[in-house]
Design a protein around this ligand. Structure first.
Ligand code: AMP
Length: 212
């Protein structure tokens, strides 16, 4: 099993794709999910991270790298990691190269307009973390999670001004990361403006080509 990094701006569909790839056996780490869990539990790390996240800014590298090291430390064997939302900066990418090998990097390509449209309609289950979209993937009952019946909420960083800022921050900081992996010949670009099914089948094809 290969180690995979999912890259792409917020709203490109990394979370949805990652959930499906987990079913293929990948060990998933979303640094954003870990940070939101820390915030929900009111830990010191969560309180610190919230001050950055509410403004759409990146959380400092040392905080993120501690999360990644502790995730890797918990896995007995090096098998099929799926990083989602990490690395976000070239210094994070360089640090990752020292602790784990990256075999395939999927870049989900999408415009700012489409991201703002999608994320303004995003709702998340406050209980199990399942994602919905009021336009493309609404829950069966309004405001209620199909899976566990939990309340659906809007993330505090999913309002249009913050979304547009997060997109700009993402692009600015990730261009060096994209270039870094492109030079290594491991980057695969996927058009993420299409349906989740089309994106998923392209990604699976890319992983199979790379993982005979
Ligand atoms: P995400 O769920 O990946 O969109 O992340 C939500 C927010 O968490 C981001 O806007 C950042 O504030 C923070 N965050 C998540 N992952 C990282 C990372 N690798 N580096 C820095 N900040 C991060």
């Amino acid at each position: 099993m290969k180690n995979v990094v999912l890259l792409g701006p917020p709203g490109a569909g990394k979370g949805t794709l990652a959930h499906r790839l987990q079913e293929e056996g990948f060990l998933h780490l979303s640094t954003g999910d870990v940070l939101r869990d820390e915030i929900a539990r009111g830990t010191p790390l969560g309180l610190l991270a919230k001050t950055y996240m509410d403004r759409g800014e990146l959380v400092p590298d040392e905080v993120i790298l501690d999360i990644v090291r502790s995730f890797l430390g918990r896995q007995a064997a090096q098998q099929g990691f799926l990083f989602d939302g990490f690395p976000r900066t070239s210094s994070q990418a360089t640090a990752l190269a020292q602790i784990a090998q990256v075999d395939v990097v999927i870049y989900l390509d999408i415009s700012k307009e489409e991201v703002v449209r999608r994320l303004s309609a995003r709702r998340v289950c406050e209980n199990c973390g399942a994602n919905y979209n009021l336009i493309t993937q609404p829950p069966k009952a309004a405001g209620q999670c199909d899976r566990c019946g939990g309340n659906l909420i809007q993330r505090s960083d999913d309002i249009p001004e913050v979304i547009a800022h997060r997109y700009d921050v993402y692009l600015r900081s990730s261009i060096p990361v994209v270039n870094y992996y492109e030079k290594q010949g491991v980057l695969v670009r996927v058009d993420a403006s299409r349906s989740p099914e089309r994106v998923y089948s392209d990604v699976i094809a890319a992983l199979r080509n790379d993982c005979p």
